[in-house]
Write a protein that binds this ligand. Structure first.
Ligand code: H2U
Ligand code: ZN
Length: 350
């Protein structure tokens, strides 16, 4: 029996509050039955070749800027050849302070992390020990970039699949380390701080306890992490990965945490692949405390998965109309999304 039948108010339109970024989402569960006559997109044919001579991320290949990748056999990190941020001394404000036309210089470092030499793999298909190596690199990069005085935030993210604008199927992610804290982690910083000052406890640790009590939005878990569909999820199958103990950043990870994060990432992404029998597209990334030298006791490390797919490998959700002009809206409830993800196999092709 689905949770909606026991909680009738959830069958009617309602709004849910996201305390982490202090915003709302409109939930309209009664609309799930409406017919779909809009665009469908065909999933890309599965990539199977382990080495692609035209791939700029494969070992030994030349990149656009002319550099040649080494014959790497593990994780390979390089400075992005088309970096959105550039290192250097922060310049002064562009022009005079102005309430209407305001610009500030931004500096930073952008890197690309190849997860594995095998072009055909995804995180879900990699061996757990190889995913652990990726987690260790995320940790090293966070510590190394975060220790630089000019870097206030280290944002690690993966765009997976052509539908999400990823330019290349080779398993990789990006790191953008910036002089300012970007908007999303800044909003989360302010919300977590406000909660911490009010309650003396951390927002996401308290939230996880509530989720563990009900269990209805939990997808899977291990000794150190829980993957769940947040109460305030916007994307149909959005998930949040939370630590079971106090972690503020990759910098706090022990080897046990790295192994457990690798495990939960593999299991969650395998469930995603099995949802619509397609190599599942998403944007995922980690949020962690800023690296500007403050202590941030209110911060809880976490991962967000934002997948665009709605009801099949071909039907994605569009954030348009009311969502661009009003607020985000979803049809299927987070509880039913969690129930579906929970029912899926953690074995590839299962
Ligand atoms: P995405 O697929 O997530 O866009 O990542 C690919 C990144 O790789 C992208 O940021 C960089 C692009 O700038 N890149 C290089 O650094 N060198 C290249 O030769 C091509 C692409
Ligand atoms: Zn490749």
């Amino acid at each position: 029996m689905s949770s909606e039948t026991t909680q009738p108010n959830r069958n009617r339109p309602h709004r849910r509050y996201n305390p982490l970024r202090r915003s709302w989402v409109l939930v309209s569960p009664q609309r799930t039955a409406r017919p779909w006559q809009g665009e469908t997109t065909k999933p890309a044919a599965p990539q199977r070749i382990a080495y692609d001579p035209s791939c700029y991320l494969c070992p030994g290949n030349k990149r656009s800027g002319g550099q040649v990748n080494p014959q790497y056999d593990g994780v390979f990190v390089f400075d992005n050849d088309f970096a959105a941020l550039m290192p250097g001394e922060p310049e002064s404000l562009v022009g005079e302070p102005d309430d209407l036309l305001r610009a500030e210089a931004e500096t930073g470092i952008c890197r690309v992390v190849c997860f594995h030499p095998d072009h055909s793999l995804t995180l879900s298909q990699m061996q757990p020990a190889d995913i652990v190596k990726v987690v260790e690199v995320w940790q090293q990069e966070t510590v190394e970039l975060g220790s630089r005085p000019e870097i206030s935030y280290v944002q690690i993210f993966e765009n997976r699949g052509a539908m999400m604008g990823s330019s290349n199927p080779h398993p990789h992610c990006q790191i953008w380390a910036s002089g300012h804290v970007p908007d999303e982690p800044l909003a989360e910083t302010l919300a977590q701080r406000e909660y911490f000052l009010k309650h003396g406890t951390t927002l996401l640790d308290d939230y996880l306890k509530r989720e563990q009590q009900s269990g209805e939005r939990i997808v899977c878990e291990n000794a150190h992490f829980v993957a769940l569909v947040p109460f305030w999820a916007v994307w149909p199958f959005e998930t949040l990965v939370l630590p079971k103990s106090r972690l503020g950043s990759f910098a706090d990870f022990t080897p046990e945490h790295s192994a457990a994060l690798a495990d939960i990432l593999k299991r969650l992404t395998t469930r995603y692949d099995n949802l619509f029998q397609v190599s599942f597209p998403y944007t995922m990334g980690f949020h962690q405390r800023p690296t500007d030298g403050e202590s941030y006791p209110e911060w809880t490390f976490h991962a967000h998965f934002y997948p665009p797919l709605l009801r099949s490998a071909e039907v994605k959700k569009f954030m348009v109309g009311f969502e661009m002009l009003g607020m985000p809206q979803r049809d299927i409830t987070p509880e039913s999304a969690a129930e579906r993800l929970r029912g899926l196999s953690e074995v590839a092709g299962g």
